[in-house]
Design a protein around this ligand. Sequence first.
Ligand code: UD1
Ligand code: CA
Length: 464
Amino acid sequence: MNDLTVVILAAGLGTRMKSRKAKVLHEAGGLTLIEHVVASALQLARPDGVIVVVGHQAEQVRARVAGRGVRFVEQTEQLGTGHALIACREAAGSARGDLVLLYGDGPLLSANTVRRLIEQRRASGAAAALITTKLEDPAGYGRAITGGKGRVLAIVEDKVATPEQRDICEINSGIYCFDAALLWKHISEIQPNPVSKEYYLTDIVEILNRAGHEVRAMLHPDATELLGINTRVELAEVDRIFRERRCRELMLAGVTIERPETVTIDTAVEVGMDSVIEPFARILGTTHIGENCRVGAGSVLRNVRVASRVAIAPYTVIEESVIEADVTIGPFARLRPGSHVHAAAHIGNFVELKNTRMGAGARAGHLAYLGDSEIGSDVNVGAGTITCNFDGAVKHRTSIGEGAFVGSNSTLVAPLEIGPGSYVAAGSVVTQAVPADALAIGRSRQTNKDGWAKQRRERQQRSS
Ligand code: UD1
Ligand code: CA
């Protein structure tokens, strides 16, 4: 929209969160609260039209939304919502058009609702419009004193409301659209509250009315969209709503989610059609999953790219890795950052990969640790194989050539190269390069002592 400035208040600590971390840095739906609100603002205005008021842990809050082109204003002392908006006066520049105010602690609000608010203000010619809603329990919120025909005469804060005013269930959501010129003309009339010494932005409603202007309420039926987070109880509730929304969107787009109330899927996650998500899966960050995949019960995926037809069996943990098509993984596998599993490879139970490339069709079926390794296509890694990639000071690489067969319980001491098509005998400790197509045996030869066990038993019987 043209001539639109969006101000986001995010300077408060959020005392009721009982946290050392600023409130807007807490997460719901896999993103910090400030990221959600900035994303909505950017659907409404150009990046340089968005101003974020920061205060508590300003650097961390800035860092969270850096690179999106929004501007910041520092409010060094948090003297109230009115004071926070006054701090933006210079940054807001030309006093033209509309100014929308959003709160950093209200992440569920949709850009469409704000668009309707702006349209209502413009159409009515009011000095300001604000979103209200009716709550069964309005405790803690500012109450709207209405004057009929959608007019608001004043907002009374809970702390200073009379018992009769406390009974009003139409509350102030804290989201406003102002005629910017009138806002800046009158904002300095806000006086500190005699009791709390805070500058309440809500006082502007009465001030505008007194100056002969109209303030309108847009009564919004969906109170959940307006939920402001003040405590961890509300944080959990908002998180649940985000999860539910994403699950619903994915299900409507063709993803089967078993027991959706148990899974955790972050807002930015994508899942392709006909994929199945089993109960208690956690799919986090920027994970992308292709079509016809299965994510097993209790699995955790963070920032993973998964192609199509990949089967991830239960209780598998994968982070920062790439999985190509037709791969099978787990149950109980762990893929640590930097792993890349090529098409149709198989990673079985209790196998750990770290910073390892597993070639197409390669297999590691059971109980292995493969770290800092290049594993060629169609390699077979036997059960219990361990790459010794760390010498106590430095990490070293292991490379296993295409089609090699590594026998069970091999100890591969890196740096090490195992040639293509070679064999490593089970139980070997391999410390030297293995040439292509060779057999490496790195263990002592077995000796059998005939009759030894029988003789021992007889000795024991005689002495007892
Ligand atoms: C505010 C409204 C109340 C409304 C409620 C809706 C006022 C005085 N009250 O109350 O009418 O019903 O929101 O949720 O506006 N902030 C700053 N700087 C400050 C103070 C606050 O940036 O000096 C930020 C906070 O970080 C927060 C937002 O403003 O993101 C709202 O502040 P908060 O203290 O939560 O206001 P409420 O008491 O909830
Ligand atoms: Ca609040």
